[in-house]
Design a protein around this ligand. Sequence first.
Ligand SMILES: Cc1cc2nc3c(=O)[nH]c(=O)nc-3n(C[C@H](O)[C@H](O)[C@H](O)COP(=O)(O)OP(=O)(O)OC[C@H]3O[C@@H](n4cnc5c(N)ncnc54)[C@H](O)[C@@H]3O)c2cc1C
Length: 501
Amino acid sequence: MSPQLDIVVVGSGPNGLAAAIVAAAAGLSVQVLESQPSVGGGCRTEELDLGVTLRHDLCSAVHPMAVASPFFERFDLTGRGVELSRPAIAYAQPLAGGRAAIAYQDLHRTVGELAEDGAHEGRAYRRVMAPLVDGAAAVRDIGLSDFREIPAGVLKPAGLAGAVALLGRTLELGTPVWDRLSRAPRTGALLTGVSAHANVVIPSLAGGATALLLGTLAHSHGWPIPVGGSQSITDALVRDLVGRGAEIVTGCHISDAAQLPPATAYLFDTSPWTLAAVYGARLPAGYRAAVRRFRPGNGVAKVDFALSGPVPWADPRLAEAGTLHIGGSRADMKRAEDDTAAGRHSETPMTLASQPSVVDPSRLGPDGSRPLWAYAHVPNNSTRDMTETVTTLIERYAPGFRDVVIGSRCIPAASMSEHNPNYVGGDIAVGAVSMYHMLARPVPRWNPYRTPVDGVYLCSAATPPGPGVHGMCGLHAARRVLRERFGIRALPDIGPTETVA
Ligand SMILES: Cc1cc2nc3c(=O)[nH]c(=O)nc-3n(C[C@H](O)[C@H](O)[C@H](O)COP(=O)(O)OP(=O)(O)OC[C@H]3O[C@@H](n4cnc5c(N)ncnc54)[C@H](O)[C@@H]3O)c2cc1C
């Protein structure tokens, strides 16, 4: 009989791999069990033939969270050979009339170009963002924390100023205050577009906080695109883990605790609903009821395009944009998000797009063909193919777009869970994003990672700090497992070494 393992991780997304690496670096024996044939969860890139064969990101494509994450800082992505390429334009909002609102990585350039549309626009963006960018370290530390302990840097004067600015601006952007007081519609649209990453109604505190965290990171760290696609991040994590002697088993779907090999602790990089199904009546009724109350959020439908050339944006500056939030004005986006939340398909759904070849020529195909990554907000579990809707929407801001489309494919929201069981009904956040559920994620417990079953922990995006490729849910969970199950208090060094670089 093989010796009992120290740790089994179920699921190989960035959080599962992060938790596994921390455990393996602490000298523990680790096995990762993954249901899919490939490793990486929401951080995978695959070759698709959409009339021309190109590499497309299956889920995540743009990585402000990874570049800012304390986990990846310790892991040292760059030291592992992962090239994070930063577009000059972090995010942009195409607008009616042809001229877009643009957030460059350079805050001064952003303010300057917004001011060309009216001095008040530049002033409004600077007023919101400059104090956050000055306190970016604190904003990052809060945004990627476990929302239980106050990060040390926040208690220093600069950190405190950043934290106060974050709170104040969240209350402004995340409530009707912005709509009542703001006289800067282009800036409002630009900032509201970023809040779309939360896939919630507008305004909402969670959407406001998401916009401000990601907006701050745009100017402090950039919104990088990994050369070769998101897979390069997963490949670096897997190389490290295997180098430390851990085993990864793919094609192994866990639906019952009896399938699990004996181990001292189990970390689930899964949805809490999967965890509840796996342990059933072994979980107390109160915990199961709390997990049931934690509901999936709105869905997304993924649309991948293969293009023969660049998108013919009406505003030629957008040729440099890594990410685009396509939804029009704040009022337009509000209407669309209200529709989605009410279970209706908007005719102009909030759509996010990325142009990876802007900073990564390795993504270009023969004759300049290139991928365009997009997803649209839809009601949870929608079965609708959104290709035509998204095409029409992009065409609105890029006349002639249709002519450069070689091929496309849509993964409707209801099918998202086929390549990742965590994305129930197309909810890529693994549980609705609200301020309450950012703190009580997935259930209201002081230690949200530990479950009532002895030795069983959650480490997925369903725990704080929530969705994104940052590995921080994995790090926060692993830190607790090491302390509580193995008496290891110091976090091990997870940086590159000669054997695992
Ligand atoms: C379309 C899309 C676009 C996105 N864009 C971005 C972006 O640009 N930037 C960004 O930072 N984030 C983005 N995200 C979000 C990001 O991908 C996720 O938040 C992140 O991957 C979460 O990591 P995780 O480890 O918690 O879970 P996941 O990456 O979802 O991985 C979970 C893993 O667990 C496995 N699993 C689940 N259940 C079982 C089971 N029962 N048995 C065995 N294995 C199981 C799954 O197969 C999967 O591999 C996007 C997501 C999607 C879907």
